[in-house]
Design a binder for this molecule. Sequence first.
Ligand code: SF4
Length: 372
Amino acid sequence: MTMTDKTKPIGLYIHIPFCRSKCPYCDFYSFSPREELIDEYTKRVCEELKNTHHTFDTVYFGGGTPSFIGEKRITEILGNVAFTNNAEITVECNPSDTGDKERSFDFSALAQAGVNRISMGLQSSSDSERRALGRRAGKDEVLRAVERAQNAGIDNISLDLMLGIPGQTAESLKGSVDFAVSAGARHISAYILKIEENTFFGRHPEKYSFPSDDETADLYLKTAEALKEKGYIHYEISNFAVPGYESRHNLKYWKLDDYLGTGPAAHSFIGGKRSFYPADIKEYLAGCERICDGEGGGEDEYIMLSLRLREGLDLDKYEERYSKTVNPGFTEKCRLYADRGFGSFDGRIFSLNSRGFLISNTVISELLAELD
Ligand code: SF4
């Protein structure tokens, strides 16, 4: 078990469980609230953060839609957070809340409060594909929102793309990638659409024409290729960044660093222990405690998370961390996958490339089967 050094800054995730409406593919904990509920929620989050003894070097407002609560409440929450001078502070924004001047979402106020990174859901630059995903803003509105953030001095912009959207083609995807790059996104996340049973897509798949699994895999590889040509590093299965713009906050999840999560459905990992708040705003507002979720950071998890990253699994670090030696069957598997063109292995560091990321579940389960 790892002991926590309380003087060491950790990550902070703040869940904002509100959205204007529900997207047809989404199964996150979020809903459309009354105005008074947002105020009550803001107050509870502020109280909780004021009383925490931690210092944070990354802060991430995720959701839900953080921009939906407006910049005043976001800055109020940040006013209760002890963050370091060089902290990376990200706010997820929906262009529908922020794109038009008349809606007066004030990016400058966010920048003054310390926000230095904005993450926006572009999903696609094709308005018909965006509509299929239930997105109200068109691509012009997305562009205006990005420009307004940049003009406020926030140049670290991350845009999300989605792969496997109904009607998506290699050509429309190329348009989306080019759009994100030319908008100045320093970080691009490309997620493969997963149809969850309890969503509108999951209940009515017959209404849509989704690309097949093979077509979606091809879209993934095309995205990786196009972004590589533009100078982005494919540093994690679903994430690409101009060097130096990798998400410091998300890297904490993948590197098993400590983070505190607040809000319903938010998870924490501190001192080797996992915990979470129930996905129920009433319980959260009533002051419920986090539920313990046992020990985390075991060797299976370490291997799985390391192989999500381009830097891969360093066997020296693994052996030191878990006081053991990997057996020859494990290294043979690493060599085999490297020889087949799915990654590289120099005898001590095994990493997957874009083709390898596509089959990472298979690779990981084969490697885990080789552990003693
Ligand atoms: S905006 Fe995001 S969190 Fe909200 S419903 Fe849509 S996908 Fe889900």
